[in-house]
Design a protein around this ligand. Structure first.
Ligand code: C2E
Ligand code: MG
Ligand code: MG
Ligand code: MG
Length: 287
């Protein structure tokens, strides 16, 4: 009976595992193709100042629409890209696209501030900063237009190395943000050693802050910690007016989320900027 159960177990799991391997393989080769042939696009989500309501910049989020017209979310392909090493090429394409976009916006008198997500794997390349500088030069863009979002998890991999990489990045003019803050269990004493400008509160806390006193306390603590260290604090995943007003009352600097706007193609973001006071300000400055 035991032998039979064992056999059954093997027969039960084998096709599933094979299917998973096949799927991963399929996604990997399609993704490699998409990276090489311009199949990746960037969408942009506004970051809104809590005090003025002005849009001060945006976050670039990668979008992949397969040849079959199917939208594949980053949560599905970023992990595969990271496991297969494709993340370095993907990261380069993303940064190139962002640099070209910022350069165009700057030429059109549109605020070129863009936050770009960076994976831990990209940072591990000792020539990471040089590569970024080269791509900036090719696009005619400036480091000062960019904030690089690095997850708290990525920083905690090797804090000493991360700190030295962040030093290099800020020396050449990039701002650096810690993304998904509050989920990586970092020792808070590291914060003062990183030359960062921004903390992004993970959206899970923002989602729960109305019904969970614990999440509310976490959000408030991150805001006062960040402000105390002289940092910009961004809340991500703001979906309701109630969340937005609680966050502004607590002193949060910037907000980002569906309540304000979803990520959108670049032309739409430019329209969004024109329709908000920050966009008007930019236009009057340049015209
Ligand atoms: P993230 O950097 O923390 O980005 C925030 C995610 O929350 C984005 O999901 C965004 O679309 C989503 N979001 C924004 N506002 C709301 C809201 O109000 N409610 C909810 N429920 N979600 C909201 P997205 O675009 O699917 O990206 C997921 C993650 O994939 C990102 O998390 C980031 O870690 C990664 N990612 C996206 N683009 C890139 C990229 O170009 N490079 C790298 N390395 N990672 C990227
Ligand atoms: Mg991010
Ligand atoms: Mg985040
Ligand atoms: Mg995230």
């Amino acid at each position: 009976a035991a032998k039979l159960a064992g056999k059954n177990r093997i027969r039960f799991f084998e096709p599933k595992m094979q299917a998973e391997v096949d799927l991963r393989h399929h996604v990997q080769s399609k993704l490699r193709q998409a990276i090489a042939s311009g199949g990746l696009k960037l969408w942009y989500q506004p970051k809104v100042c809590a005090a003025s309501g002005n849009t001060v910049g945006c976050e670039a989020l990668v979008r992949w629409c397969s040849d079959e017209g199917q939208f594949i979310p980053p949560s599905e392909f970023i992990p595969i890209a990271e496991q297969t090493g494709l993340i370095n090429q993907l990261g380069n394409v993303v940064f190139q696209l962002a640099a070209q976009q910022a350069s165009r916006w700057h030429a059109e008198g549109i605020n070129p501030s863009i936050a770009v997500n960076v994976s831990a794997h990209q940072m591990r390349n000792p020539r990471f900063v040089e590569h970024l500088m080269l791509m900036l030069e090719q696009a005619g863009a400036k480091a000062e237009w960019f904030e690089l979002e690095i997850t708290e998890h990525a920083m905690m991999d090797d804090t000493e190395y991360a700190a030295s990489m962040i030093d290099k990045l800020s020396s050449v003019g990039f701002r650096v943000a810690i993304d998904d803050f509050g989920t990586g269990f970092s020792s808070l004493s590291y914060l003062k050693d990183f030359r960062i400008q921004t903390l992004k509160i993970d959206l899970s806390f923002v989602h729960d802050m109305i019904r969970s006193p614990q999440s509310n306390a976490v959000v408030r603590s991150i805001i006062s910690l960040g402000r105390g260290l002289g940092l910009t604090v961004v809340a991500e995943g703001v979906e309701t007016m109630e969340q937005a007003s609680l966050l502004s009352e607590a002193g949060c600097t910037l907000m980002q989320g569906y309540y304000f706007a979803k990520p959108m193609p670049p032309e739409e973001y430019a329209k969004w900027l024109r329709a908000t006071s920050s966009g008007k300000q930019m236009n009057t400055v340049t015209s």
